[in-house]
Design a protein around this ligand. Structure first.
Ligand code: AP5
Ligand code: MG
Length: 199
């Protein structure tokens, strides 16, 4: 099974992914975390991505596509993967669909967290004070929101057009409350797939 956890910066993708991973036995694959680890290690990829990420812009599609493809190729075909932060452009979505088709797999569901922008900015500024992530400055946060609206939000329509179940979940409220909604939606999608296969 391949799932996507989707939403704007600060919507709780990473937080909810940790819970989904435990509840549904999926491996969480976050492109943002992979890139931050490359930056921390000073690798060639990290050096290319560091400045772009700190400014809140998106790293080039071909760079991120190569990272995801090599990870997916190394993943057992029976294992379940939850992608977080990828695909982030329609071009990346098309690249992912091609990679998965090569592996006889496909995107099974998308969970999209819906959180109003002022709440997102507050969450990220709060995290800046606690964790100091390089892209949690006010300027970079606004640029990340802009990139999301401009290039990322349309990925949902791409999957709707393909007939992939897209569950929009209210991401405001306590983490546990949001997870209850997320879990119900994933169970609903999985139940529908089993019924379609006559299980
Ligand atoms: P990425 O790491 O994906 O960051 P992001 O999308 O900006 O989102 P965040 O990780 O900040 O937020 P989140 O939705 O995971 O929320 P979280 O759970 O942390 O990408 C970073 C950068 O890498 C990009 O800008 C780009 O440069 C590059 N990149 C990555 N993937 C790429 C790709 N595919 N293509 C091109 N470039 C790419 O929660 C946020 C905060 O809110 C936390 O402090 C958390 O504790 C808190 N919180 C969570 N849930 C709740 C709740 N219910 N109530 C209150 N607080 C909450
Ligand atoms: Mg995250």
């Amino acid at each position: 099974m391949i799932g996507l956890i989707f939403g704007p910066p600060g919507s709780g993708k990473g937080t909810q992914a940790g819970r989904i991973e435990k509840e549904f036995g999926m491996s969480h694959l976050s492109t943002g975390e992979i890139l931050r680890s490359e930056v921390a290690h000073g690798s060639a990829v990290g050096n290319e991505a560091a400045r772009i990420m700190a400014a809140g812009d998106l790293v080039p599609d071909d760079l991120i596509d190569r990272i995801v493809e090599s990870l997916l190729r190394r993943t057992d075909s029976s294992s379940s993967v939850l992608l977080d932060g990828f695909p982030r452009t329609v071009e990346q979505a098309k690249a992912l669909d091609r990679m998965l088709a090569d592996l006889n797999r496909n995107v099974d569901f998308v969970v999209a967290l819906d959180v109003p922008e002022p709440v997102l900015v507050d969450r990220l500024l709060h995290r800046a004070a606690v964790e100091g992530r390089a892209d949690d400055t006010r300027e970079a946060i606004l640029e990340r929101m802009h990139e999301y609206r401009l290039r990322t939000a349309s990925v949902l329509d791409h999957y709707r057009r393909l007939g992939v179940p897209v569950a929009e979940v209210d991401g405001v409220g306590a983490v546990d409350e949001v997870f209850d909604r997320v879990r119900d939606e994933i169970k609903r999608v999985l139940g529908g797939k089993q019924r379609a296969r006559g299980i």
